[in-house]
Design a protein around this ligand. Structure first.
Ligand SMILES: Cc1ncc(COP(=O)(O)O)c(C=O)c1O
Length: 384
């Protein structure tokens, strides 16, 4: 039955995403799927048994609104150790339903109609609909495929009286680039004389390669005072299906954040929070992740050497971009589809992350996969 209620969509531009299109095509053609950003291997059995233990011990009712105290304590300790900033356990940390909810809630809590939000493109897909649905104005800053570096002078020109928020993502999906200390210091200097809020998406904080440091916004004295830092246990511990993350922010920002959080979700999966609180207290559980994924990145790139794909090794995340401009002139969506239908390997075309769907002839491959999956994909890709 079709509705007689007239609908004027708040998100008229949101259509079936490229992730769904590629995922469906990959299934139809039984392709090796390096498109979707999640592991195809199991998490640590210790973590699973901690979750089932928490359920058997009866932690099956609502958790506190801001998150289980033990988990917030473990998060605060971890950030202090890693980034030397102490977030108050009671007032400055909230456990969320993945980073996606933290991001949506942060945008909803602060963005009013007409507020401008600077978004660095290519960008992960959840930022812009959240801005639009709240009446905000997206101010895109498109990076060049040649290194995906930010030109901070251009960035500065994007700031106006109406800029309310800047969204950054480091390590960056899809480019695999990380912000350097110099980037963060420059950003800090630019934002210092303003009242702009920084939304820092750091879901790949523990996937950083070649001995580099993750430069969290929480490491910088002035930035931290204006930042909402979002993180994801799903990404860090190979449990994307658990949808648990957190955000950390100074008390005044967090108080406002929680007003929205309380009525959007109230609280997050209790037994999983108990499990994560214990698991997080052993730092080797997250410190080992860098090496684990670095080996996968290296294996993937070794298999591509000698092909006509061009690449700069990812500095972080579990994504590798490949430039196929020496292989074909096809646009990235067509080539990505043909890779599935004719060759049996799936990836994501980067135009979907770019301003105005700009085609840079770049494809994103997720290497958070079992070695045998990567090996099968490489057998195909090495022919190019
Ligand atoms: C950059 C970025 N931010 C946020 C998310 C969402 O994280 P979560 O699954 O914890 O909601 C993702 C997931 O792919 C991501 O790549």
């Amino acid at each position: 039955m079709s509705t007689t209620v007239p609908i004027i969509s708040k998100l008229p531009d949101v259509k079936t995403t490229i992730f769904t299109t590629v995922g469906n095509l990959a299934r139809t053609y039984n392709a090796i799927d390096l498109s979707q950003g999640f592991p195809n291997f199991e998490p640590d059995p210790k973590l699973i048994s901690l979750a089932s233990k928490a359920m058997l011990e009866g932690h099956n009712q609502y958790a506190p609104m801001q998150g289980y105290h033990g988990l917030r304590e473990a998060i605060s300790k971890k950030i202090l150790k890693q980034h030397n900033h102490l977030y108050d356990v009671e007032k400055e940390i909230t456990v969320t339903t993945g980073a996606t909810q933290a991001i949506f809630t942060a945008i909803t809590a602060f963005i009013r109609p007409g507020d401008e939000v600077i978004v660095i493109k290519p960008a992960y897909d959840c930022y812009e609909p959240a801005i639009t649905v709240n009446g905000g104005i997206i101010v895109p800053l498109q990076l060049s495929k040649n290194g995906y570096m930010i030109d901070w002078d251009v960035f500065k020109q994007k700031i106006t009286q109406r800029t309310k928020m800047v969204i950054i993502n480091t390590p960056h999906n899809p480019s695999g680039r990380i912000f350097t200390k110099k980037d963060m210091l420059t950003l800090q200097k630019i934002l210092k004389p303003t009242n702009i809020i920084l939304l820092s998406d750091e879901v790949y904080e523990h996937i950083v390669f070649d001995g580099q440091q993750h430069e969290s916004a929480s490491r910088f004295d002035d930035l931290v005072q204006r930042s909402i830092v979002c993180a994801s246990f799903g990404k860090t511990f190979h449990v994307t299906g658990w949808k648990i993350g957190y955000c950390a922010a100074p008390a005044k920002l967090m108080q406002e954040f929680r007003k929205t959080h309380q009525f959007a979700v109230f609280c997050v999966d209790h037994p999983k929070q108990r499990a994560l609180s214990t698991y997080l207290n052993s730092e080797e559980n997250y410190l080992a992740i860098n090496d684990f994924y670095e080996q996968k990145r290296n294996y993937f790139l070794k298999g591509l050497s000698g092909t006509n794909f061009k690449f700069k090794p990812a500095e972080g995340t579990y994504f590798q971009l490949l430039d196929y401009s020496d292989i074909t002139d096809e646009n990235d969506e067509d080539f990505a589809k043909r890779l599935i239908t004719e060759h049996g390997v799936a990836c994501i075309p980067i135009s979907s992350f770019n301003k105005n769907h700009r085609d840079d002839k770049m494809l994103r491959f997720c290497f958070a996969k079992k070695k045998e999956t990567l090996s099968k994909a490489l057998e195909i890709l090495s022919k190019f």
